[in-house]
Design a protein around this ligand. Structure first.
Ligand SMILES: NC(=O)c1ccc[n+]([C@@H]2O[C@H](COP(=O)([O-])OP(=O)(O)OC[C@H]3O[C@@H](n4cnc5c(N)ncnc54)[C@H](O)[C@@H]3O)[C@@H](O)[C@H]2O)c1
Length: 322
């Protein structure tokens, strides 16, 4: 059987490079596509050095439909892992049109190009943001309500709908994987460089000798702070490999989390301990609008549909950052 070749969009990004690392390690060829808007050439250089192979990085914007068409014509891709996106929830409120264009319209065009060029497998990076701000203290199920509260979440939910149409075509295969809060790193060279996720924010504040801020201490949770599901990026990569290698049809959307919640106060403590900065005490502030008390994944579908369960503990994820 010939070697599989996967296109990974957002392939110079935090999650994209972790997926590439695992795919290459498991014998697949990869071609990376990234505009380098947020992605880093240095991450790809690290992978080339680690695996001792040439890894093509195509610097293309996903909205450049002609270039994408030419790329799909030039290769015979087994499948596409589509991680390229804008992902800052706050920014999406200011630039809703751009979020729709990059996260939704460009996904529709990529799916059309896949159809034209006979690419039958598609794995889409979706997000827990499709669930919005549920009142429930129960883990979110894929067949439960979706109600995004940001243009980011809406753009991903709309794109999911198109991915579902694509994978329903006979012979096609794939899913939208809904990641919860992604943490950790396989190597210092692959760290998350975004500014919106809790763990990098806490690390940066501590590095600047500033106290981390905890928004809201009166939620109906174990210690009054918000509870989230933090899943290691190496587990996210493993979930993609499971989806890519699945031989039976996958459900259209699958939660990727640990199924265990951790509170903001716990996370902050993990980071303070890992950085050995017990001299720093977090400060409490008022709740922020739109933050649900509890947002965790029901992970039973990932297990039953593709045999995936997360392996890394939160402590291991946080420690991997240092
Ligand atoms: N990190 C998380 O906690 C998290 C949680 C849920 C979902 N996700 C989703 O996972 C995916 C990957 O996220 P990440 O954390 O690796 O972020 P990231 O910013 O590191 O990766 C996204 C990549 O897409 C690229 N990109 C952005 N706009 C592009 C465009 N117009 N054309 C081509 N490339 C473009 C960026 O340069 C970047 O390298 C995203 O789709 C995101 O929505 C991430």
């Amino acid at each position: 059987m010939s070697k599989q070749k996967w296109l990974i969009t957002g392939g110079a990004g935090y999650i994209g490079t972790h997926i590439a690392d695992l795919f290459i390690g498991s014998g697949k060829d990869v071609v990376l596509l990234d505009s380098l808007y947020q992605g880093l050439d240095s991450r790809v250089a690290y992978l080339r050095d680690k695996h001792k192979i040439e890894i093509p990085l195509e610097v293309i914007d996903v909205r450049n439909y002609e270039a994408i068409d030419a790329l799909l014509a030039a290769h015979k891709f087994t499948g596409i892992v589509h991680t390229a996106a804008l992902k800052a929830v706050g920014e999406s409120m200011e630039k809703p049109d751009e979020y729709l264009e990059v996260n939704y319209t460009a996904t529709v065009e990529l799916l059309e190009a896949a159809k034209r060029h006979g690419v039958t497998r598609f794995i889409f990076s979706s997000t827990a943001a499709v669930y919005g701000s549920p009142d429930s203290m129960e883990p979110c199920r894929e067949d439960g309500p979706t109600a995004p509260i940001s243009p980011y979440g809406s753009s991903k939910l709309l794109a999911e709908g198109k991915v579902t149409e694509f994978i329903s075509i006979p012979g096609n295969h794939g899913s939208s994987l809904r990641f919860f809060n992604v943490v950790g790193s396989a190597n210092q060279a692959l760290l998350d460089n975004s500014v919106e996720n809790l763990v990098p924010i806490v690390i940066n504040r501590i590095k600047a000798n500033q106290a981390p801020v905890i928004y809201g201490n009166d939620y109906p949770t174990v210690d009054g702070t918000c509870v989230r599901d933090y899943v290691d990026v190496r587990d996210i990569a493993a979930a993609h490999l499971a989806a890519a290698d699945a031989t039976t049809a996958l459900p259209p959307a699958i939660n990727i989390g640990t199924g265990n919640g951790a509170s903001v106060r716990e996370i902050v403590k993990f980071v303070i301990d890992a950085m050995n900065r017990t001299d720093i005490t977090p400060v409490d502030a008022d709740r922020r609008a739109g933050d649900p008390a509890f947002l965790c994944a029901d992970v039973s579908l990932a297990k039953s549909a593709m045999g995936f369960t997360s392996r890394y503990s939160l402590k291991e994820s946080v420690e991997s950052l240092f």
